[in-house]
Design a binder for this molecule. Sequence first.
Ligand code: SF4
Length: 372
Amino acid sequence: MNYNLDREGLVEALECKDPAFNKALLEDAYKVKVASIGPVVYLRGLIEISNICSKNCLYCGIRRDIHCPRYELTDEQVLQAAAMAAQRRFGSVVIQGGERKDKAFVAKITRLVKAIKAIDTGDDPPLGITLSLGEQPREVYDEWFDAGAHRYLLRIETSNPDLYRKIHPNDDNHSYDRRLKALEDLKAAGYQAGTGAMIGMPYQTAADMADDLLFYKSFGAPMIGMGPYNPHPDTPLTHSGAQFPSDDERFMLGLKMIALLRLLMPDINIAAATALEVLNPRGRELGIMAGANVFMPNITPSEEMVKYNLYDRKTILKDCPSVGKDDNHICKNCVFPFCSMGENMREGKIVVGYGQWGDSKAALREKSLKKL
Ligand code: SF4
């Protein structure tokens, strides 16, 4: 099928309720992915280092003013998780956490990035490292890059400045312009700078989502991490009573955004977000079959994982055999993430890229252009 990928065409595709069209779109995006980058799916061991955050985003379950048990992983816990990622040949890890600018935290990340790079990976390259730790001063981005991190995910959350203001407190600590500046700083510092947005949130229109896709393209993002909005029961946005699409609608929007982005940017990395799994037990697998190519097994120690509650994750954590145990072992469901993907793996539709950094073709192309 031919798709019109200008703003009008994207809006029409997002609003379309025709099951035949939606099915064809998802299938075609998978085919475009395979033609462009193959069926390979790269792994990133996700380490949620801390749920302490200096920000107060109105939709977030670990925002500064919410009452919840807080934690920060020790160096040992982080390195133990990273060593397991190396042992299982994940190829890369992501260190994600609330936004903190205090010196001790900045120094801790530098120390950990260096230590992770030194982990023995056998015949594989040292682990690739993605950071997702919010807006930071340029010199901090430089320090972490020099330590060995080479990818950074900073979600714009919405490319519409008015909507951004609606879902964030109206103060200097939550500025759309500063977020854009931080994304530019990341690029200038040398990172593969990824971004992303929520899908199907209150006040958001199909035109906003189409604009998000066009923003990713104009920014030239080599990787995108976006997922459906999932409400947390105790945030100002939820308490506002603002309406948003149903679970089924948000799930389909999440898949269609992946598919449309794959058509728009065939050779970037697109993550199959955990947020999809909240809405469907096979959510991430279906994300991959709609064009995503990055999967992030959560390797945070399970007793802390339950506290990283950006949104209500009960549905994904309820079946986890590790949650609630006090022996500090890592979530088994997430270490063996592909157990539910057996059929697609057996048929060769999903091939795991073990032991590789898995940088996107788009990022590698950009890098070789810079060298010319
Ligand atoms: S969305 Fe991120 S920056 Fe905002 S409050 Fe939550 S963890 Fe902090």
